[in-house]
Design a protein around this ligand. Structure first.
Ligand code: FAD
Ligand code: A2P
Length: 287
């Protein structure tokens, strides 16, 4: 973590980001390789890892980049990965699935501290605050590794300035698959600079579908039957007050978008900020 002495969290984080990324976004100075500095395996299919951050590598919380490895023939195998660390942090973090025969993750799963990873300098994505109109509450709805962009956003002070309440819902099959989001939320609440905002404004709702747990059920069901809002003593979803970011499988994204359209929510983009934005957590049907 960056050592910050400025008493204002926003000013301090902004200052840190500027010193980390003194080059313009997409500048040519960012090298295409980073070094792995930490690895944690959460289940046999999920792991996270950290890397150093090239001095010129600049991004917005919630964006993704292309990362990868060089294969045995010397060819780069890269895939889109959400950056799970916030824009102000001095390291980069990624949260990954393991696809047993996947061209990238069958090898990426074995990365260790000191290994080199390809990191392309360009970052992009639709899960940006600039695409949303102002509102009172921000819902972040994720399944599986779709939590990764929200791991960055819930640590970005700007969302707590823009929204009074942030409701993070993470849906998984099993309790063990919630391990990473539980840890990120706990660490964020205890963080010396953002902890107070997170504790006061973030509601974390983990839910599982294939085991007994304190909260069970698909996100789509929790939204449709109103249980999500009522369990937090919040009013039903309303485009006048609520903004939503979604990141999951194509099926989940489509099902939630259909519910939102029925309630007159409009998708946002940069030229016309709206009520919700969507990003795919991956391409394909899942494993
Ligand atoms: P691939 O050949 O890429 O995938 C094989 C199959 O595995 C896919 O068809 C799909 O059915 C399934 N699959 C792939 N990724 C996932 C996943 N994440 N969850 C469930 N099933 C999956 N993956 C991450 O692990 N973490 C991220 O932060 C992440 N961010 C992404 C952001 C964007 C915008 C997109 C489009 C994809 C993202 N992905 C992420 C998916 C990632 O790009 C790769 O598909 C994944 O790493 C597997 O690579 P692979 O080469 O091993 O297998
Ligand atoms: P379920 O267990 O009922 O399939 P996956 O690991 O397949 O990506 O799923 C992650 C979580 O997303 C699981 O809890 C799964 O529920 C849920 N899910 C999968 N598809 C949808 C969908 N179309 N709508 C809502 N939730 C979904």
């Amino acid at each position: 973590m960056i050592q910050l002495q400025n008493p204002s969290p926003l000013a301090a984080l902004d200052q840190a980001n500027k010193s980390l990324a003194s080059h313009p976004k997409g500048g040519i100075s960012a090298p295409d390789q980073v070094t792995v500095t930490a690895v944690t395996h959460w289940t046999d299919k999920l792991f996270s890892f950290q890397t150093d951050r090239p001095p010129g590598f600049r991004f917005q919380s919630g964006e993704f980049a292309m990362i990868g490895l060089v294969d045995d023939e010397g060819k780069a195998v890269t895939r889109a990965y959400s950056i799970a660390s916030p824009h102000w942090d001095d390291h980069l973090e990624f949260y990954s699935i393991i696809v047993p025969d996947g061209p990238l993750t069958s090898r990426l799963r074995h990365v260790q501290i000191g290994d080199k990873i390809i990191l392309r300098p360009k970052t992009t994505g639709t899960l940006g605050l600039a695409r949303l109109r102002d509102g009172q509450r921000l819902y972040l709805l994720a399944t599986g590794t779709g939590f990764a962009p929200f791991a960055a956003l819930i640590r970005d002070p700007e969302i707590y300035e823009r929204f009074e309440q942030v409701i993070l819902v993470h849906g998984c099959r099993t309790i063990a698959e919630l391990g990473y989001s539980q840890k990120i939320v706990a660490d964020s609440r205890a963080h010396p600079l953002i902890g107070e905002m997170v504790t006061r404004q973030l509601h974390y709702v983990p839910s599982v579908t294939r085991e007994n747990f304190t909260q069970t059920g698909r996100i789509t069901t929790l939204l449709a039957d109103g249980k999500l809002a009522s369990s937090l003593s919040l009013p039903p979803l309303d485009p006048a007050f609520d903004r939503i970011m979604i990141c999951g499988s194509i099926g989940l994204n489509q099902d939630i978008a259909a519910q939102l359209l029925e309630k007159n929510f409009h998708e946002g983009n940069l030229s016309s900020p709206g009520d919700y934005v969507i990003e795919r957590a991956f391409v394909g049907d899942g494993i």
